[in-house]
Design a protein around this ligand. Sequence first.
Ligand SMILES: Nc1ncnc2c1ncn2[C@@H]1O[C@H](COP(=O)(O)OP(=O)(O)OP(=O)(O)O)[C@@H](O)[C@H]1O
Ligand SMILES: [Mg+2]
Length: 348
Amino acid sequence: MTIRQKKKPTQDSGGMKQFKKGANRGKKRRSVPPIQCMEQNVQRYIVGQDEAVRKIITAIYRAIYLKSIKTNILVIGKSGTGKTETLKQIAKRLRIPYTIEDATKYTKEGYYGGDVEDMLENLLEAADYDLEKAQKGMIIIDEIDKKAGKDSRDVSGVEVLKSLLKIIEGAEYYLESDEMFDTKNLIIVFCGAFSGIEKIKKKRLGKNQIGFNTLHESDEKQTGYTKEDLIQYGLPEEFVGRIDTIVEMKQLAKEDLVQILKKSQLSIFRRYQRELREAGISLQYNGKIFEEIAAKSLKLDTGARELSNTVNYIFEDILYNVMAHPGKYSKCTLSLEIVEDNTKYQLS
Ligand SMILES: Nc1ncnc2c1ncn2[C@@H]1O[C@H](COP(=O)(O)OP(=O)(O)OP(=O)(O)O)[C@@H](O)[C@H]1O
Ligand SMILES: [Mg+2]
């Protein structure tokens, strides 16, 4: 098998010097947006996760600028807290190709059979078969906690994690197309809910606070999850050792969901409002409706994910009537009860 000569990187190869003011001046290449602009932009979409967003962006920017440092990130957060969405938003703005892989799909045998190569093939496809671009891409591996010892659904879970070490350390792979894929500049992000891990942290903090009866909220906030917590949870030591950034997405409260509905660029409520406006219909409602929607959505344990179901339900009957009578209506008034009964509105 012939090893192809690798092309020299053409983009972003400036390392630290890119931090210097004006390093990009006059150059035609598309530059990476300043980190604070990236943060502000992502915050227009992702609500209530400012600390986590900043941490993820910092780690990804480090991967872009400091090529000699391998970046492997672990994001801990319950369903619907914005893990995947945050990564997608950042990748989109940086034009980084990415692939989302489900760790539960892989078995130890599968790995040795070539599943890591599958991930790389998927990434290459996402990069429109531009190898150079793919090698600087991002692999998001979801549900990694399901492969941890104590929560493992298959006995080979830990073995799968160990077999992932090669890719997270940086290795070269031959693809089916006979091309060599170098993983050393890949950004690898593991995601998982890690349910129950908060108990491990609490216990640790409790131990460290002998002599104090209460654990202050602020202390707890400052102290995120540690590698020891992850090892306790059942992730293999050699795996945890290669994680350099641990990020925690907090569970979203009712007020966060209200803010998502009102302000986020991802707000599905705002999207319906816009669509109706484009059809010539102005939407009237009591601002309290956002609290009602948030409260109903919170009943399920899927965070902000449930908002779209709740809002879709609200507009189902309205949309039918609007589409059945094009041009007939110019105003739609929602009653607060529409959250539970989607016939509670008036079209005029
Ligand atoms: N913090 C947030 N701010 C705004 N919208 C959010 C937030 N979190 C989730 N959402 C909304 O919920 C949807 C699902 O979120 P996302 O896919 O990021 O969840 P997740 O944390 O990856 O959950 P899972 O563990 O189930 O994969 C998003 O597409 C977005 O519309
Ligand atoms: Mg996800």
